[in-house]
Design a protein around this ligand. Structure first.
Ligand code: BTN
Length: 260
């Protein structure tokens, strides 16, 4: 059994972020922070920098219409809205920046013990010891993007639905104050976003280094049901995965194949 995480405290979180543009609202329970925040954007209530976090979601959403479920206070569940100052065609990079921010936050909180164990699986899974520890959902809403992150922090093994998923707790990284990760992810994201808006090259290179997909033989399944096996060679300026046969993939599920 794992313990319960300490409750998220919005005063402490906003205090730690007071020099930034983030405004964090915490609710005890909701259907989905992603759905709620998107609705607030559409009705003109939410603005650039608004964040909605919760202790429990009854209808958490994942990519490709999947569900994202976690027991109360076991995971970090939040969505944020941003209006990037770049061309829409480049917004495919935003979930990749969110993945990099999640890695930066875990490095900050746990130090060098964790850094070699973290990587990014295209398009937006954060892996710890090659297993998914966090998922990212990025959706265009209004004139910006709502990005949702679900990170398994203190989730016990029996509550993890998939064999290839894990939590920080399972891998031996114990943290009850989930808000420390929330604060560091938001701090890193705003730093990365402004650097990327000026010149994306450094972050693109950083992403490539953190990617465990680039350089691997992969099987990719597109939402239309098409499946192909190829070598992943790069990620282009729009955030698409480039395969060795020249195909650019913008959406799909990747499986890393182990080479003999
Ligand atoms: C995925 O792995 O497919 C993406 C998962 C994203 C889950 C987060 S949890 C907070 C936010 N609210 C949601 O309903 N989904 C995202």
């Amino acid at each position: 059994m794992s313990p319960l995480g300490l409750p998220l405290n919005s005063n402490e979180i906003n205090d730690a972020l007071k020099k930034s543009y983030w405004r964090v609202n915490v609710v005890e329970e909701t259907g989905s922070t992603q759905t709620d925040l998107s609705r607030s954007v559409r009705v003109g209530v939410a603005k650039h920098g608004d964040v909605l976090a919760t202790e429990f979601q009854s209808a958490g959403r994942g990519r490709l219409d999947r569900r994202f479920e976690a027991p109360p206070r076991s995971s970090l569940l939040f969505s944020f809205f941003i209006v990037p100052q770049t061309k829409h065609q480049e917004w495919g990079w935003l979930p990749l920046l969110a993945g990099q921010s999640a890695i930066a936050a875990m490095n900050k909180v746990f130090g060098t013990d964790i850094s070699k164990k973290l990587s990014l699986k295209w398009p937006n899974d954060v892996l710890l010891n090659e297993k998914k520890v966090a998922g990212i959902l990025s959706e265009r809403v209004g004139d910006g993007v709502v990005i949702g992150i679900g990170m398994n922090v203190i989730t016990p093994r029996e509550e993890i639905g998939f064999e290839n998923a894990t939590s920080l707790w399972i891998e031996g990284f114990v943290l009850l104050e989930r808000e420390r990760l929330l604060i560091e992810i938001l701090k890193s994201f705003s730093k990365y976003l402004s650097a990327w808006e000026i010149d994306e090259s450094e972050l693109v290179e950083k992403y490539r280094q953190a990617s465990s997909t680039i350089g691997k033989r992969i099987r990719i399944q597109t939402p239309s049901g098409r499946s192909l096996e190829e070598n992943a060679v790069n990620v282009d300026s729009s955030g698409a995965l480039v395969l060795s046969n020249g195909t650019r993939v913008t959406v799909g599920d990747v499986i890393h194949l182990h080479q003999e």
